[in-house]
Design a protein around this ligand. Structure first.
Ligand SMILES: [Zn+2]
Length: 272
Protein backbone atom coordinates (compact mmCIF):
# COMPACT_ATOMS: atom_id res chain seq x y z
CA UNK A 1 0.00 0.00 0.00
CA UNK A 2 1.22 3.48 -0.76
CA UNK A 3 2.19 5.87 2.01
CA UNK A 4 -0.70 8.24 1.30
CA UNK A 5 -3.24 5.40 1.30
CA UNK A 6 -1.97 4.12 4.67
CA UNK A 7 -2.10 7.62 6.09
CA UNK A 8 -5.62 8.10 4.78
CA UNK A 9 -6.81 4.89 6.46
CA UNK A 10 -5.15 5.96 9.74
CA UNK A 11 -6.89 9.35 9.39
CA UNK A 12 -10.31 7.75 8.82
CA UNK A 13 -9.84 5.34 11.73
CA UNK A 14 -8.94 8.17 14.11
CA UNK A 15 -11.66 10.53 12.94
CA UNK A 16 -14.48 7.99 13.01
CA UNK A 17 -13.34 6.59 16.34
CA UNK A 18 -13.10 10.04 17.92
CA UNK A 19 -16.73 10.69 16.91
CA UNK A 20 -17.70 7.34 18.47
CA UNK A 21 -15.79 8.36 21.63
CA UNK A 22 -17.57 11.73 21.85
CA UNK A 23 -20.95 9.97 21.60
CA UNK A 24 -20.21 7.12 24.01
CA UNK A 25 -18.16 9.25 26.39
CA UNK A 26 -21.25 11.40 26.78
CA UNK A 27 -23.64 8.41 27.02
CA UNK A 28 -21.45 6.64 29.60
CA UNK A 29 -20.85 9.88 31.54
CA UNK A 30 -17.10 9.29 31.24
CA UNK A 31 -14.86 12.36 31.09
CA UNK A 32 -11.82 10.15 30.54
CA UNK A 33 -13.32 8.90 27.27
CA UNK A 34 -14.24 12.47 26.27
CA UNK A 35 -10.63 13.50 26.92
CA UNK A 36 -9.44 10.65 24.72
CA UNK A 37 -11.93 11.79 22.08
CA UNK A 38 -10.24 15.20 22.02
CA UNK A 39 -6.89 13.48 21.74
CA UNK A 40 -7.98 11.28 18.84
CA UNK A 41 -9.64 14.22 17.08
CA UNK A 42 -6.28 16.01 17.33
CA UNK A 43 -4.52 12.94 15.92
CA UNK A 44 -6.99 12.79 13.02
CA UNK A 45 -6.54 16.50 12.26
CA UNK A 46 -2.76 16.22 12.42
CA UNK A 47 -2.70 13.17 10.16
CA UNK A 48 -5.27 14.62 7.75
CA UNK A 49 -3.64 18.03 7.46
CA UNK A 50 -0.14 16.60 7.03
CA UNK A 51 -1.46 14.31 4.28
CA UNK A 52 -3.05 17.24 2.46
CA UNK A 53 -0.03 19.46 3.04
CA UNK A 54 2.39 16.83 1.75
CA UNK A 55 1.43 17.83 -1.78
CA UNK A 56 0.08 21.35 -1.26
CA UNK A 57 2.94 22.72 0.85
CA UNK A 58 5.53 21.45 -1.63
CA UNK A 59 4.08 23.34 -4.59
CA UNK A 60 6.71 25.52 -6.22
CA UNK A 61 6.77 29.24 -5.55
CA UNK A 62 4.59 31.39 -7.77
CA UNK A 63 3.54 35.00 -8.14
CA UNK A 64 1.13 34.96 -5.21
CA UNK A 65 3.42 32.91 -2.92
CA UNK A 66 6.96 34.00 -3.82
CA UNK A 67 8.37 31.97 -0.90
CA UNK A 68 6.36 28.85 -1.79
CA UNK A 69 3.57 27.17 0.14
CA UNK A 70 5.51 25.69 3.06
CA UNK A 71 4.05 28.06 5.64
CA UNK A 72 0.64 26.45 5.08
CA UNK A 73 2.10 23.46 6.90
CA UNK A 74 2.83 25.66 9.91
CA UNK A 75 -0.63 27.20 9.80
CA UNK A 76 -2.22 23.73 9.75
CA UNK A 77 -0.03 22.60 12.66
CA UNK A 78 -0.96 25.72 14.63
CA UNK A 79 -4.65 25.11 13.99
CA UNK A 80 -4.41 21.49 15.16
CA UNK A 81 -2.48 22.50 18.30
CA UNK A 82 -5.02 25.25 19.02
CA UNK A 83 -7.92 22.80 18.80
CA UNK A 84 -6.08 20.45 21.17
CA UNK A 85 -5.28 23.28 23.61
CA UNK A 86 -8.89 24.52 23.64
CA UNK A 87 -10.29 20.97 23.95
CA UNK A 88 -8.01 19.93 26.78
CA UNK A 89 -8.47 23.25 28.61
CA UNK A 90 -12.24 22.70 28.53
CA UNK A 91 -11.69 19.23 30.01
CA UNK A 92 -9.53 20.72 32.80
CA UNK A 93 -12.08 23.42 33.66
CA UNK A 94 -14.96 20.95 33.55
CA UNK A 95 -13.33 18.18 35.58
CA UNK A 96 -11.44 19.83 38.42
CA UNK A 97 -14.77 20.42 40.28
CA UNK A 98 -15.89 16.90 39.27
CA UNK A 99 -13.04 15.44 41.31
CA UNK A 100 -14.88 16.52 44.46
CA UNK A 101 -18.39 15.74 43.21
CA UNK A 102 -17.89 12.81 40.84
CA UNK A 103 -20.84 11.41 38.90
CA UNK A 104 -21.35 7.68 38.40
CA UNK A 105 -20.15 6.33 35.05
CA UNK A 106 -21.09 3.28 33.01
CA UNK A 107 -18.00 1.20 33.79
CA UNK A 108 -19.10 -1.78 31.67
CA UNK A 109 -19.42 0.49 28.64
CA UNK A 110 -15.98 2.00 29.37
CA UNK A 111 -14.45 -1.46 29.51
CA UNK A 112 -15.91 -2.50 26.15
CA UNK A 113 -14.96 0.79 24.47
CA UNK A 114 -11.44 0.55 25.95
CA UNK A 115 -10.94 -2.89 24.47
CA UNK A 116 -12.23 -1.74 21.06
CA UNK A 117 -9.94 1.31 21.24
CA UNK A 118 -6.88 -0.85 21.88
CA UNK A 119 -7.77 -3.08 18.92
CA UNK A 120 -8.19 -0.01 16.67
CA UNK A 121 -4.90 1.51 17.82
CA UNK A 122 -3.04 -1.77 17.24
CA UNK A 123 -4.63 -1.99 13.80
CA UNK A 124 -3.72 1.63 12.92
CA UNK A 125 -0.20 1.09 14.19
CA UNK A 126 0.20 -2.01 12.01
CA UNK A 127 -1.24 -0.32 8.92
CA UNK A 128 1.19 2.58 9.02
CA UNK A 129 4.07 0.36 10.13
CA UNK A 130 3.96 -1.34 6.73
CA UNK A 131 5.07 1.96 5.21
CA UNK A 132 8.66 3.14 5.20
CA UNK A 133 8.45 6.91 5.36
CA UNK A 134 9.71 8.77 8.44
CA UNK A 135 6.21 10.12 9.06
CA UNK A 136 4.74 6.65 9.11
CA UNK A 137 7.21 5.28 11.65
CA UNK A 138 6.46 8.23 13.96
CA UNK A 139 2.73 7.58 13.56
CA UNK A 140 3.11 3.88 14.23
CA UNK A 141 4.91 4.57 17.50
CA UNK A 142 2.35 7.22 18.40
CA UNK A 143 -0.55 4.76 18.10
CA UNK A 144 1.26 2.35 20.43
CA UNK A 145 1.71 5.21 22.92
CA UNK A 146 -2.01 5.94 22.73
CA UNK A 147 -2.73 2.42 23.95
CA UNK A 148 -1.30 3.39 27.35
CA UNK A 149 -4.14 5.89 27.84
CA UNK A 150 -6.69 3.23 27.00
CA UNK A 151 -5.08 0.73 29.37
CA UNK A 152 -5.66 3.34 32.09
CA UNK A 153 -9.34 3.64 31.04
CA UNK A 154 -9.69 -0.15 31.26
CA UNK A 155 -7.96 -0.21 34.64
CA UNK A 156 -10.34 2.46 36.00
CA UNK A 157 -13.37 0.59 34.62
CA UNK A 158 -12.21 -2.61 36.33
CA UNK A 159 -11.62 -0.83 39.66
CA UNK A 160 -15.12 0.66 39.37
CA UNK A 161 -16.59 -2.85 39.06
CA UNK A 162 -15.62 -3.40 42.71
CA UNK A 163 -15.65 0.11 44.23
CA UNK A 164 -17.50 3.38 43.85
CA UNK A 165 -14.35 5.47 43.42
CA UNK A 166 -15.97 7.50 40.66
CA UNK A 167 -13.44 10.33 41.14
CA UNK A 168 -11.00 8.11 39.19
CA UNK A 169 -12.76 8.99 35.93
CA UNK A 170 -12.35 12.80 36.17
CA UNK A 171 -8.86 12.22 37.60
CA UNK A 172 -7.88 10.22 34.52
CA UNK A 173 -9.44 12.84 32.24
CA UNK A 174 -7.25 15.50 33.92
CA UNK A 175 -4.18 13.30 33.37
CA UNK A 176 -5.03 12.88 29.68
CA UNK A 177 -5.73 16.61 29.29
CA UNK A 178 -2.39 17.54 30.89
CA UNK A 179 -0.66 15.02 28.62
CA UNK A 180 -2.29 16.62 25.55
CA UNK A 181 -1.38 20.14 26.73
CA UNK A 182 2.22 19.14 27.45
CA UNK A 183 2.59 18.13 23.81
CA UNK A 184 0.38 20.75 22.13
CA UNK A 185 1.67 23.88 23.92
CA UNK A 186 5.32 23.60 22.82
CA UNK A 187 4.17 22.63 19.34
CA UNK A 188 1.91 25.69 19.08
CA UNK A 189 4.69 27.95 20.40
CA UNK A 190 7.14 26.57 17.81
CA UNK A 191 4.65 27.31 15.02
CA UNK A 192 4.11 30.84 16.34
CA UNK A 193 7.87 31.43 16.48
CA UNK A 194 8.22 30.36 12.85
CA UNK A 195 5.39 32.70 11.82
CA UNK A 196 7.08 35.52 13.79
CA UNK A 197 10.29 34.97 11.78
CA UNK A 198 12.52 34.08 14.72
CA UNK A 199 15.94 32.60 13.96
CA UNK A 200 15.43 28.89 13.26
CA UNK A 201 16.11 26.30 15.91
CA UNK A 202 19.35 24.45 15.31
CA UNK A 203 21.03 27.34 13.47
CA UNK A 204 23.69 28.95 15.65
CA UNK A 205 24.06 32.45 14.20
CA UNK A 206 27.39 33.09 15.93
CA UNK A 207 28.83 29.87 14.57
CA UNK A 208 27.51 30.61 11.07
CA UNK A 209 28.99 34.11 11.17
CA UNK A 210 32.38 32.74 12.18
CA UNK A 211 32.32 30.21 9.36
CA UNK A 212 31.47 32.94 6.85
CA UNK A 213 34.18 35.24 8.21
CA UNK A 214 36.72 32.46 7.82
CA UNK A 215 36.02 32.25 4.09
CA UNK A 216 38.65 33.66 1.76
CA UNK A 217 38.04 37.27 0.69
CA UNK A 218 35.33 37.88 3.33
CA UNK A 219 36.34 40.97 5.28
CA UNK A 220 33.24 41.74 7.35
CA UNK A 221 29.65 40.55 7.77
CA UNK A 222 27.53 43.64 8.36
CA UNK A 223 24.16 41.90 8.34
CA UNK A 224 23.02 38.31 8.70
CA UNK A 225 19.32 37.45 8.93
CA UNK A 226 18.15 33.86 9.01
CA UNK A 227 14.54 32.71 9.17
CA UNK A 228 12.76 29.49 8.40
CA UNK A 229 9.90 28.61 6.09
CA UNK A 230 8.71 25.51 7.94
CA UNK A 231 11.39 24.59 10.48
CA UNK A 232 13.38 22.62 7.89
CA UNK A 233 14.02 24.91 4.92
CA UNK A 234 15.65 28.16 5.96
CA UNK A 235 16.27 31.48 4.19
CA UNK A 236 18.91 34.15 4.74
CA UNK A 237 19.97 37.60 3.71
CA UNK A 238 23.65 38.40 4.13
CA UNK A 239 25.47 41.66 3.59
CA UNK A 240 29.22 41.26 3.32
CA UNK A 241 32.28 43.50 2.79
CA UNK A 242 34.94 41.89 0.64
CA UNK A 243 38.71 42.36 0.73
CA UNK A 244 38.89 42.12 -3.05
CA UNK A 245 35.57 42.95 -4.80
CA UNK A 246 37.02 41.87 -8.15
CA UNK A 247 36.45 38.17 -7.34
CA UNK A 248 32.99 38.63 -5.82
CA UNK A 249 31.33 35.81 -7.78
CA UNK A 250 33.59 33.10 -6.39
CA UNK A 251 33.17 34.37 -2.82
CA UNK A 252 29.41 34.54 -3.26
CA UNK A 253 29.36 30.89 -4.36
CA UNK A 254 31.44 29.93 -1.31
CA UNK A 255 29.09 31.83 1.01
CA UNK A 256 26.07 30.12 -0.57
CA UNK A 257 27.64 26.68 -0.10
CA UNK A 258 28.35 27.40 3.57
CA UNK A 259 24.75 28.55 4.06
CA UNK A 260 23.44 25.33 2.50
CA UNK A 261 25.24 23.24 5.14
CA UNK A 262 23.03 25.04 7.69
CA UNK A 263 19.85 24.14 5.80
CA UNK A 264 19.60 27.62 4.27
CA UNK A 265 18.29 26.81 0.82
CA UNK A 266 17.31 30.33 -0.24
CA UNK A 267 19.75 33.18 0.21
CA UNK A 268 20.25 36.73 -0.93
CA UNK A 269 23.81 37.99 -0.68
CA UNK A 270 24.70 41.63 -1.00
CA UNK A 271 28.27 42.63 -1.59
CA UNK A 272 29.45 45.99 -0.27
ZN1 LIG B 1 -2.65 10.00 19.75
Amino acid sequence: MSSSKNTFIAFLLNLSFSIIEFIFGWLFGSSAILADAVHDLGDALAIGSSAIMQTYANKPADRVYPFGYKRWNILAALLTSSILIIGSSLILVENIPNLFHPNPVNQDGMLVLGIIAIIINLLASRIVKNGHSHNESILSLHFLEDILGWLAVILVSIILQFTDWYFLDPLLSLGIAIFILAKALPKAWNSVKILLETSPQGVNLEELKEILLALENVHEITQLNVWTMDGYDHCATVTVKLTNPAVADKTKANIRNSLITFGIVQSTIEIL
